[in-house]
Design a protein around this ligand. Structure first.
Ligand code: CP
Length: 335
């Protein structure tokens, strides 16, 4: 399967997502070898351009590229010529002129990775753009849940918290619905995006509520979202205590989770606000598994983007599902 870009999960078929997840299984095995490296992307130069802060996405993309033997260049908005007023367009064109093969881009502006691809003509992976999307986060979340729960068809996944500012919920909704999960979105009324019921990925398999206590005993997976205080200009809730009381995964709610249910959080966490430390560190918490899955799923994305999955460069065993459409040009671009 050859990807042209990874700007969004919108338009990916169930077979395509499954192929990526199956490739990630092979990539995880690479990380368990004595020599954690394969030559798949030898000679490929990937720029990790992070115009916005990141720990896990930035570091896991770097490790993923290195495990595939790609050369990597790191660009951070801080300390770059953007502080002298250089535009995004000039920045990516400048870096592209050095002869690189593609970009991984995080930016606070929704649509910035798409623009960078349009300007440079190079493949781009969206590592999180504004409130729009975080497609590799959705992939690693699906990977972690599938590993813990098996096939996600018919599983009930609830995503709870600051839906308004969350790019994670937007990508997860599409990815998990495509994989057949039932979804419930839970938020305080002030953090429910206006018009959410009209989102194209909100269909009959998606419930929306403000009542977390009704949902907790019914889930297979409970994903708590970070309260994005840095994106809040006004008061979205009266106090942190009231937020936790209404929409936090507290010790009391933890006791009412089904025994098999797993706990997810994309990180970074506000411990004690949206998630109690007892829940974050619980045996059924997948939070560090999600971080671990970030490396193998991002290896899978880079592999299908830059090697095209050709036999010549494929070093791990062939991914299990290879019957998917062979090009993402079939995607319906939403932007
Ligand atoms: N989940 C996530 O995107 O984390 P970082 O901001 O640390 O990359």
């Amino acid at each position: 399967m050859k990807l042209d870009h990874f700007l969004t999960v919108d338009g990916l078929s169930r077979d395509q997502i499954t192929t990526l997840l199956d490739t990630a299984v092979e990539m995880e095995a690479v990380g368990q070898r004595e020599v954690k490296k394969i030559p798949a992307l030898r000679g490929v130069t990937i720029v990790n351009a992070f115009f916005e802060d990141s720990t896990r996405t930035k570091m896991s993309f770097d490790l993923a590229a290195k495990r595939l033997s790609a050369d990597t260049m790191a660009f951070s908005g801080k300390g770059s010529s953007t502080s002298k007023g250089e535009s995004l367009r000039d920045t990516v064109l400048t870096i592209a002129a050095m002869g690189v093969d593609g970009f991984v881009i995080r930016h606070k502006g929704s649509g910035a990775p798409q623009r960078a691809m349009d300007w440079t003509g190079l493949p781009v992976v969206n590592a999180g753009d504004g409130m729009h999307g975080h497609p590799t986060q959705a992939l690693l979340d699906a990977y972690s849940m599938r590993k813990a729960l098996g096939d996600l068809e018919g599983r009930h996944v609830a995503i709870v918290g600051d839906l308004f500012h969350s790019r994670v919920v937007r990508s997860n909704l599409t990815c998990l619905r495509t994989l057949g999960a039932k979804m419930t979105l839970v938020a305080p009324p002030t953090l429910l995006p206006q018009g959410i019921r009209d989102w194209p990925n909100v269909d009959e398999g998606v419930e929306i509520t403000t009542h977390l206590d009704d949902v907790v005993p019914t889930v297979d997976s409970l994903m708590m979202l970070r309260v994005q205080r840095e994106r809040m200009s006004g008061g979205f809730f009266p106090s942190e205590n009231e937020y936790t009381e209404g929409w936090g995964l507290t010790r009391e709610r933890l006791k009412r989770l089904p025994e098999h249910a797993v706990i997810c959080h994309p990180g970074p966490m506000n411990r004690g606000l949206e998630i109690a430390p007892e829940a974050a560190d619980h045996a059924r918490s997948l939070i560090l598994d999600q971080v671990n899955a970030g490396v193998s799923t991002r290896m899978a994305v880079l592999f299908h983007l830059f090697s095209g999955g050709s036999d010549e460069t494929r070093a791990p065993a062939a991914p299990a599902a290879t019957t998917a459409p062979t090009t993402t040009s079939e995607r319906e671009e939403t932007k």
